[in-house]
Design a protein around this ligand. Sequence first.
Ligand code: 5GP
Length: 199
Amino acid sequence: MSYLKEKILKDGIVLNNDVLKVDSFLNHQIDPTVMKESSNEFIEYFKDKEITKVMTIEASGIAPAIRVASQLDVPMLFAKKTEPSTLSNEDQYETNVHSFTKNKTSRVLVSKKYLAPDDKVLIIDDFLANGEAALGLIDLVEQAEAEVAGVGICVEKSFQPGRAKLEEKGIDIFSICRIASLENNAVTFVEEATANEEY
Ligand code: 5GP
């Protein structure tokens, strides 16, 4: 069992049927072993994709993304939710990302300087839920006419539609943990879910 799964079972808190709190090891306090092991798994899966850049969205994607980027020895680029005063509209690619957990739509942007048509971009994020963050990042990569090499996710909630939306676009997705359900105050991983259920 992956270290991240063990941490989820030990320290994850099921807030309700939709939301898992992981702030003691993934997106507030950060466990270095979770980062190291997760990064190794992403690299193992995507190692033949000739990645030139790792991309994420601030804030909670940054920790896993920087580790993967440094292992691949390529830059890590994060989409910003606040506009830097040093960037003008013509210098940036921008898109909208709706967060269902925060019930808020944010305009996110990256400088045009840091994405080029010859980039092969690996997108990394902490969670995949409805897929809005990943689709927003894909949109930014496509605006630059660069290529999405794949999407690597630490925790996928497979009972929400994110994976299906990315698969519809033909994206290669690798998730370290796939959660089938958070019902009855318990985490059930896809592998343990009943054999005749489909995810
Ligand atoms: P999506 O855009 O796929 O709906 O959600 C992605 C973002 O929402 C993640 O980057 C993460 O910040 C947040 N998120 C979604 N579901 C959860 C959850 O169950 N727990 C936590 N802690 N964050 C979540």
